[in-house]
Design a protein around this ligand. Structure first.
Ligand code: ATP
Ligand code: MG
Length: 354
């Protein structure tokens, strides 16, 4: 079987990745996935030592079955060049058009709305186009004008990438019990990108008669996520809106400490993708043992699922459920447990069920 590239990264990245590697060892014992791991050293320290060197991203795609990516970000590199080079490089060069960000409320106690209203069954996935929109770096400032007075950031949307994100979203909606898909855009204010997303959504919907489709403008969707989050099943959006909405949605289920993500090329059958927590390197809590490792463990679990290792995936999901129902939790979830204690608890829960 294949080898996983592990990039522990910066700040809390290496702390939570250590727990993922412990979990992987237990999964390996119980399920024999045959997945080996190899640590790649790319981090702020590495870049500061080696200079701003190129990384052979296509070689990573050819060599490994997937990447487990820790957070990259360090105050010593203010423009986060190294993070952009690695994360941006992986997404763009390996054409990882699809970014999945599942949000499932496993224990009502972790929902900040619990005292406001009955939130119902919050179980949604944001499918975010991962390579385009305003993240393509097209734009500039107007020369000759007064410096700092005009700035342009161009959003690029290609039918190819839009189709890939939409198709992944339809497939996902089809595979989930509620068969529901919501397109989120701002087509009332974006007369170029809006019709592209809308028309491709309608065209694809014809091939998925079993999926119930609807549409919301992004401002309304932001509101609905708070007003009635249980109405959502799969949500599909362009890069910028998907980024913002998925952070908002993650709060419904306990926040960044439990927000996983998967990025993949839906057509690539040998490289399964990049799996990383949504959170960053959190320099404010690095080294304190307060980081929640669950977001990274859940990202690892998404990888198992994508690789078709269903029994192992289910075992990790059950272990996460069990830990979230208990009171041995990190401070972000109101507990006093350390990062490694939560990791150990996950490992024990998986080992018990093998
Ligand atoms: P980066 O520049 O790498 O994105 P950041 O300062 O934006 O880092 P994030 O990691 O995005 O920090 O998270 C914002 C805050 O949320 C952190 O400062 C931290 O307090 C909290 N946080 C993030 N991830 C975790 C986690 N896994 N466990 C506990 N708290 C977390
Ligand atoms: Mg951040």
């Amino acid at each position: 079987m294949s080898t996983l590239a592990v990039i522990p990264g910066d700040g809390i990245g290496p702390e939570v990745m250590a727990e993922v590697l412990k979990v992987h060892a237990v999964v390996e014992d119980a399920f024999g996935t045959g997945l080996k791991t190899e640590v790649l050293p790319y981090s702020a320290d590495w870049f500061l030592e080696h200079g701003d060197v190129e990384i052979d991203i296509p070689a990573i795609g050819r060599t490994y079955g997937a990447v487990l990516l820790g957070a990259l970000g360090d105050p010593r590199i203010p423009d986060n060049r190294h993070a952009i080079r690695i994360i941006g490089g992986l997404r763009q060069q390996l054409e990882l058009s699809v970014n999945l960000r599942p949000v499932r409320l496993r224990t009502l106690a972790h929902c900040p709305l619990k005292h406001v209203r009955d939130v119902g069954d919050v179980d949604l996935v944001v499918v975010r186009e991962n390579t385009e929109d305003v993240y393509v770096g097209v734009g500039g400032t107007v020369r000759g004008g007064r410096p700092g007075h005009v700035a342009m950031e161009v959003g690029v949307h290609t039918r190819w990438a839009v189709d890939r994100a939409l198709e992944a979203a339809f497939e996902l909606a089809r595979s989930r019990p509620r068969h529901r898909l919501t397109l989120v855009d701002k087509s009332n204010a974006m007369p170029s990108a809006g019709p592209l997303w809308q028309s491709r959504f309608r065209a694809l919907a014809a091939s998925y008669p079993d999926v119930a489709c609807d549409h919301l403008y992004v401002d309304a969707a932001a509101m609905e996520l708070i007003r009635n989050p249980a109405r959502f099943d799969v949500v599909v959006a362009s890069n910028l809106f998907g980024d913002i909405l998925s952070d908002e949605a993650s709060m419904l289920a306990g926040g960044l400490g439990v927000a996983p993500s998967a990025s993949y090329d839906p057509e690539d059958t040998s490289f399964f993708g990049v799996f990383e927590a949504v959170h960053g390197s959190a320099p404010d809590i690095a080294g304190t043992g307060r980081a929640n490792p669950l977001a990274s463990v859940m990202s690892y679990s998404l990888m198992l699922d994508r690789m078709g290792l269903r029994a192992a995936h289910r075992a990790v999901e059950r272990a996460v459920d069990e830990v979230l129902r208990g009171d041995l939790l990190t401070p972000d979830l109101g507990g006093t447990a350390r990062t490694d204690e939560v990791g150990d608890l996950i490992c024990r829960a998986i080992a018990r069920r093998d």
